[in-house]
Design a protein around this ligand. Structure first.
Ligand code: GTP
Ligand code: MG
Length: 205
């Protein structure tokens, strides 16, 4: 099946942001997660949201009318970290490949996401490495393979998402390819009120 899915990770507690869920917080007039989904929707067929059960109503409302089927993959037990969320989200994917993205990346570049999907056939993961770090929450995975690898890593007490990644046949998109195919803002994430204010200034430009 060639269907492409976006898995949006939103199950965190937004502690750096404050007493509000940053996923649905207003960013220049639009809930942040809506910005993320609106940006990736043109290059995917379906959307899966990973979050805690109590977040679902507000996120569902924020995503009303996005034009792609949205399903919710709720954490069975919350606060187990982004890798657990990734496994839960990927288990709910119907197609072969999924782009996993954090809910706090409102500048995600659809053309770059398309490029990541294009590099995927024959591999289990396509992960950008614009600098020193692998952007594991902005990467394409063969859903079943990564879900399984995450579950094994969690069982082994691993917390870093590179651990399951290294178990897969993965392609690295290096700094040069990132520059060539992507906008540098694509990896920018908003964690604090200051990050929101800063992003908002640029979104209103
Ligand atoms: N399911 C799930 N997702 C998580 C968890 N922790 C973080 N995430 C998600 O992983 C992504 C990156 O996490 P952070 O940017 O640290 O978000 P956060 O944990 O909500 O924010 P802070 O509390 O400020 O670190 C975000 O999309 C989060 O929603 C978790 O325990 N469970
Ligand atoms: Mg966190």
């Amino acid at each position: 099946m060639s269907e492409r899915t976006a898995v949006v990770l939103a199950g965190g507690r937004s502690t750096r942001f404050g007493d509000e869920d940053k996923a649905v917080a207003d960013l220049a007039g639009t809930p942040m997660i809506r910005r993320v989904v609106d940006r990736v929707a043109p290059v995917v067929d379906a959307v899966v949201i990973n979050c805690r059960a109590e977040q679902t109503p507000a996120i569902r409302e924020a995503l009303d009318g996005v034009g792609r089927p949205v399903t919710f993959a709720e954490d069975e037990s919350p606060d187990e970290g982004p890798m657990a969320g990734m496994a839960t989200g990927l288990r709910a994917v119907a197609g072969e490949y999924a782009f996993v993205v954090a809910c706090d990346m409102p500048f995600v570049d659809p053309e770059f996401v398309d490029y990541l999907f294009e590099r995927a056939p024959g591999h289990e993961a396509v992960v950008p490495r614009p600098e020193q770090w692998f952007e594991t929450t902005h990467a394409v995975y063969r859903a079943a393979a990564m879900a399984e690898a995450c579950e094994a890593a969690l069982d082994a007490g691993e917390e870093r998402i590179v651990a399951p990644l290294f178990e897969l046949d993965f392609v690295v998109v290096d700094a040069e390819a990132v520059r060539e195919h992507g906008h540098r803002r694509t990896f920018e994430n908003c964690n604090t009120r200051e990050d929101f204010a800063d992003a908002e200034r640029r979104l209103r430009d």
